[in-house]
Design a protein around this ligand. Structure first.
Ligand code: AMP
Ligand code: GLY
Length: 430
């Protein structure tokens, strides 16, 4: 098999690492890829992951047996519709289905229409004045969400009116996040612990992946601003059987019935961002793709042939029984550039990566890296995801942090408390 992977982050490196373990995989291409992916796949750094025409032209030339789409931008822009029209095998939802991530208004109306538990909606607003006026009638904290894609920066949990008004001004009047922020929703703030619950669907059948928890804040003890994710862990203890059953019967299955009722064909990975509240799990968001860094923790526990399963999905023949998982725990610790998620420098030489390669059980997935000559240098905010799977959390953490200790680049930052809250069920990582 020859496979094309779209994307260039840690998620895509992790997918490629797993795909390469399949005896049926002969060749992997990646667009655009990164400095680490370049060691595992032939990369096309000049092809932007959001550029649908360029990706179609690339796939036309390469004729892959399967294409796997990592990030949301090409999905929301309709890449899979282009592939479906040409009958090219691809894993990922079409443009209509990808609105579940591309528009918070679309998602909120979908959830309410199908009575799927979610935070109460106070309203959708096209004007800052109307949104400000509505603040008089909300309970605090209130959550403000930009309707469109904002690279993870479009949500604020506002504790008071001043914070809320400031965010509304930045989104709707100063257009700081671009077109994605022209329209917003206001919803109830929920309290609880978050869980990333991801399923794989072929449009008819589905299979849940192992549960994960992300750590979104930049500093230990969940301090500082939100990031794309500073680390993740997976453990079956995150999801006791009764909670898993509740999530399936009150959220996942009503969602799939809602798709059928609304004529949404959903094929690919679907990420349910959940809040485990005192009154049960509720949906915070959908992503139309795998999470990053959740994927790094998920692939570390995969005990099946990912190329085979994804081929089945593209053909509409998912066999959920093929997804087997290693028991125990996996952990991914993200190493970032100093200053991230604010301003940061790039081009810093990364030392110690070869020590990781030799250390079995630990993998350093590359995110913002670039190969320059014999060196790997930093090229983004999130640089590496040091990942390990082991029988239990202490062993997984020990191995991952030992791996982290071998790596160095100027300004390197990481959280020292990934997975630290895992001892209690429902503990928050956010
Ligand atoms: P979203 O992009 O909708 O997942 O929002 C990003 C983050 O904002 C989530 O992971 C939560 O930490 C937080 N969040 C979103 N919606 C709510 C809500 N209704 N109540 C509390 N926190 C929320
Ligand atoms: N780690 C959260 C996300 O991928 O959206």
């Amino acid at each position: 098999m020859k496979i094309l992977v779209i994307g260039g982050g840690g998620r895509e490196h992790a997918l490629i690492w797993k795909l390469k373990q399949s005896a049926r995989v002969e060749k992997i291409w990646c667009a655009p890829g990164n400095g680490g992916i370049a060691g595992a796949a032939e990369c096309f750094p000049a092809v932007d992951a959001g550029d649908v025409p360029a990706l179609v032209a690339l796939a036309e030339r390469l004729a892959p047996d399967l294409t796997v789409v990592g990030p949301e931008a090409p999905l929301v822009a309709g890449l899979c519709d282009e592939f479906a029209r040409r009958k090219w095998p691809v894993v990922g939802p079409n443009k209509n289905a990808a609105q579940l991530e591309g528009s918070k208004v679309f998602t909120k109306l979908f959830l309410d229409r199908h009575k799927i538990p979610t935070a109460n909606l106070y309203g959708c607003f096209d004007s800052a004045a109307a949104a400000r006026e509505a603040l008089a009638r909300v309970a605090w904290p209130v959550v403000i969400k930009a309707d469109g894609l904002c690279a993870g920066k479009g949500v604020l949990v506002a504790q008071n009116r001043e914070e809320a008004e400031d965010f509304i001004t930045r989104l709707m009047e100063k257009n700081e996040l671009g077109d994605g922020g022209r329209r917003i929703i206001l919803e109830q703030g929920l309290a609880g612990d978050e869980l990333s619950f991801i399923i794989l669907s072929d449009g008819t059948r589905y299979a849940p992946l192992v549960p994960t928890r992300d750590h979104k804040r930049v500093f230990d003890d969940n301090r500082g601003p939100n990031t794309g994710g500073m680390g993740a862990y997976s453990s079956d203890e995150l999801l006791p059987p009764a909670l898993r059953q509740t999530i399936l019967s009150t959220i996942v299955e009503p969602t799939l019935r809602g798709f059928a009722a609304d004529g949404i064909h959903y094929q690919g990975f679907l990420y349910f961002g959940l809040m485990l509240t005192a009154s049960g799990p509720q949906v915070l968001e959908f992503n139309c793709r795998l999470g990053d860094p959740e994927t790094q923790a998920i692939v570390a526990r995969m005990d099946f042939d990912l190329a085979e399963v994804l081929t089945d999905v593209a053909a509409g023949k998912l066999d959920a029984g093929k997804l087997r998982w290693k028991p125990g725990t996996s952990v991914c610790v993200v190493l970032t550039a100093g200053g991230y998620p604010g301003k940061y420098e790039t081009g810093k030489r990364i030392e110690g990566l070869t020590a990781i390669t030799d250390n079995t059980g630990v993998v350093a997935f590359h995110a913002g890296t670039k190969k320059i000559g014999a060196d790997i240098v930093t090229s983004g905010g999130r640089v590496l995801g040091v990942t390990s799977a082991a029988a239990d959390m202490p062993a997984a953490l020990r191995a991952a942090y030992q791996g982290v200790g071998r790596i160095h680049f100027e300004g390197m930052h990481y959280r020292k408390d990934i997975g630290a809250s895992s001892g209690r069920q429902g503990a928050t990582g956010d």
